[in-house]
Write a protein that binds this ligand. Sequence first.
Ligand SMILES: *Cc1c(COP(=O)(O)O)cnc(C)c1O
Length: 401
Amino acid sequence: MSSDAPVSPRTQETLDLYKKYVIGNYTRLPRVAVRGQGSYFWDADGKKYLDFFSGWAVTGLGHCHPRLVKAIQEQAAKLIYMPNNWHTEPQARLAEHVARTGFGGKCFFCNSGAEANEAAIKLARIHTPKGKYKIITFENSFHGRTFAAITATAQPKYQQGFQPLVPGFMYAPLNDLGAVDKLVDEETCAILVEPIQGEGGVNVCTTEFLQGLREMCTQRGMVLMFDEVQTGVGRCGTWWGWQQSGVQPDIMTMAKQLGGGTAIGGMCARDEVAASLVPGTHASTFGGNPLAAAAGCAVFETIRDENILENVNQQGAYLRQRFLELKQDLPIITEVRGAGLMIGVELAEAGGDIVAKAMDRGLYVNCTHGTVLRVMPAMNVTKAEIDEGLAILSDLLRGHR
Ligand SMILES: *Cc1c(COP(=O)(O)O)cnc(C)c1O
């Protein structure tokens, strides 16, 4: 966004408070978001934006979906928190939703994607025989910012300055079974992969690759773990990313869309694997709390009752088709990838400028890995909204020919 854009006193006041009191670990846009509804949100100066990013796919039902708001309000008035040495109804129902839309199994809930992956890594190590501890992950992956998660994240920029990292992680190129095979030995306990890499540039795992990993894990007593933090809960047009290939992991992790914007993460594991997480091995104070879990239930029920997966497939296919048409005309577009409404548009040059210009024109979109426009509208986005965003994007891309 152009840095010389005028800023109102109301916006300036918040920016000043941040500058004085909030640690500067994020590159933030010089704007203050105050309200959202459906595919749109507004800043403190009343400027309206069309959301083609959904906050890293967190606000999957758009902003403040009435069903989600109602579920949160009702639960907040009933019971906000109870510790996990009690049972609560929303957590039970949410686990049922996850299991029933996937491969069965059992859930553990936490509060973020990184924590979900930490739980998976701990479970893989405790489940497999003593002496097995190595975990294979992939170049350009992203698994979060805690220590095991940055170690699993095979991108130096996320690890720089934090060494020593957690021992036992090894990295292979994506979609290269031979490379994985070379890394596996008697000490390998698990393979962790995103079925579609998000942060790394919307890189899709081939079905043959995932099938090969499945076979390798089954034959050699390793746990296959899918990081579904970004791909899960409908984003790809199926409930879970693994359903695109039909290759079932032993453990999947989730977060982002799971709570519709409330903080929740989780892990679902096959019964036999889940059984290794006995009392005392792992825990989370806030994990699966009634408020976030009730929001999660509302997310699943809304996707189901409003046929949202169908919309993801329909609008996703349309959006990808339109980008492919643009690619015919515009050499700046080199590839269009993804599934459902998780779409990556690879550019021949850095995409930051297009993202900034789009913001000026009221379209919020993301660029990841330097050159990949990441387009992830709300899963209930309408065709009219897609056309509105596409008009701005195609205009900007044409300007870069
Ligand atoms: C965002 C993300 C994470 C980390 O989630 P946090 O909630 O930020 O900890 C992990 N894995 C993937 C694939 C992600 O997209």
